[in-house]
Design a protein. Structure first.
Length: 193
């Protein structure tokens, strides 16, 4: 049952993928292990960042939520330094009607609107509540340091075919797009300082 549902979601993502999701698909031939890449939301301290997410589905999916973790350091009250994400849709609000697309969109929403009242990192939540300017400056700095630099890390040969807005592509093609995007962002932001 789980693999059938996961294949359906993969097909749905390939035909109707939200623009904030650069890529999402299985690693090699393992349908239960995916990697996704989402863009940092515009008008947020994470804008321009490219955030890689690992996804592990269980045999009980969709009756149990997938396990997700960000592979990039993010300064955020609801994301730990090792990538664990505090997201209601993955815990108490999980429903078999949810999809991985909805979960990835929810991560993007969480980047735009943190929940400092239910933090995984209380110190960052406190900063968010008491000194928003410092929070945004630090989050932006981490995004430039970790989420833009991650693009240049090189291709991940373990990831198989995935869907991009330009059609089916290999991970190395996505990395090239990512690298070009990061270079433009660096040129327009970092070089001006």
């Amino acid at each position: 049952m789980a693999s059938k549902r996961i294949f359906k979601e993969l097909k749905d993502l390939q035909s109707d993928r939200p623009t904030s999701i650069i890529s999402a698909g299985p690693v090699a031939d393992d349908i239960f292990h995916w990697q996704a890449t989402i863009m940092g939301p515009p008008d947020s301290p994470y804008s321009g960042g490219v955030f890689q997410v690992t996804i592990h589905f269980t045999q009980d999916y969709p009756f149990k939520p997938p396990r997700l973790a960000l592979r990039i350091k993010v300064f955020h009250p609801n994301i730990t330094s090792d990538g664990h994400i505090c997201l209601d849709i993955l815990i108490q609000e999980w429903s078999p009607a949810n999809t991985i697309s909805k979960v990835l969109l929810s991560i993007g929403s969480l980047l735009t609107d943190p929940n400092p009242d239910d933090p995984l990192v209380p110190e960052i939540a406190h900063m968010y509540k008491t000194d928003r300017n410092k929070y945004e400056t630090t989050a932006r700095s981490w995004t430039q340091k970790y989420a833009m630099a991650s693009c240049a890390a090189g291709p991940n040969p373990k990831v198989g075919n995935i869907s991009l807005h330009i059609g089916p592509a290999k991970w190395k093609d996505m990395d090239l797009i990512c690298l070009k995007t990061c270079n433009v962002i660096r040129k327009n932001t970092c070089d001006k300082g």
